[in-house]
Design a protein around this ligand. Sequence first.
Ligand code: SD4
Length: 338
Amino acid sequence: MLHRRHFLQLSSLGLTTLGFSSFRGKAGMKKPVVLSTWDAGIAANKAAWNVLRSGGRALDAVEQGVRITEDSLNCCVGLGANPDRDGFVTLDACIMDEFANCGSVAFLERIKHPISVARRVMEKTPHVMLVGEGAQQFAVSEGFPLEKAELSDDAKKAYENWLKKSEYKPVINIENTKRQEASVPAKLENGGWNHDTIGMIALDAKGNLSGSCTTSGMGFKMRGRIGDSPIIGAGLYVDNEVGAAVATGQGEDIIRICGAHTIVELMRQGLAPEAACKKAMERLLKTKGIEKAKAIQAGFIAIAKNGEYGGFALQKGFNYAVCYADDKNFLVDAKPLI
Ligand code: SD4
C-alpha cells in the first residue's frame, strides 16, 4: 500500500497510475516482471506475461510459463528430456506462492506437467512433497493422463551415445559459448541438451511474488536421484515480504547451501538481488572448492519485492530471460564468479 506522503509525492510527478504497465524506477526495477532461467525462458516468459499483463496472479503466471517448456518435446525439460542411466525419464518440480504455500513432486514418471501436479499437491493435499509411484498415483487420480514410457528421438540418440561409455560423470550446464537462437536451448555435440531445468519467478501487478521450477534432472543420473529443483529452499524459495529466488545447475551443490533460501535471506538483510545471488554463489564456491567448481555450473536468479531483479553464475554461459512488457522479453548474460 502507498503511504500518503509517498502518494502525494508521486501524484505531483504524475506517477500514480502504476496499473499493469511497468512502473518507472531505477534500471532493473519493474512490476509486473517475470524472470526465467536459460534461453528457453523466452518462450516460457511469453506465456507467463500473458497472465501478468492482464493483472493475473504471479502463481498462475509461473505455472503457465513453465508448462510451455514442459510441453516442448524438442527441449531439455519434461518428457522429451534425457533419461536416467537406466533409460527412464524422471521429472521433478515445485511451486511456491505469496502465502508460503508450496507443493512439490519428484521422481515422477510418465506425467507431462509435473509443475501442475506440484500445484495440486500444494492446493489439494495436506503435504508439500510427493515422490515416485505415490506422486504418479496422485497425478492420475487428479486426471493427469499417463503418457507412454518412450524416449523422444533426441533423447534416444543421446542415450544410445551415452551407453557407449556408460560413464557416470555428469557434465552439467557448461555451455558452449556460441549463442543459439533465443528460443532454442543450446545442444551438446552428442545430441543431448546441456541443461535440463527451467526456473521461473514473477512479481505481479498487485506486488505478489511466486515461483516455479521444473526439470528432468541431470541426464543419465542414477535412478532415483533427486536434485535441488523440487526442494523448497534449495531450488526455489519465495517470501512475499522480501523476494523470490530460483536456481539451476548442479543440484547437489545447490542443496548444500540451501541456494534459493540463502538468496532470499540475503535480500532480507538488504542486499540487492544480484548481490545476494553473488554472495550465495561465493558460498557455493567455497563449499565446493575452486578446482571441483570448475567442472560444474550453477546459476541463480532473484526478484526483490520492489521489482528489482538480478542473477549470478558460477561460470560464464548462464543466461536468463527477463520480461516486463509486450515488447520487452530478452536474455541477460549473468556475470560469472569464476
Ligand atoms: C538438478 N538443478 O537436477 C537441476 C539440473 C539443472 O539445468 O538445473 N539443469 O540438479
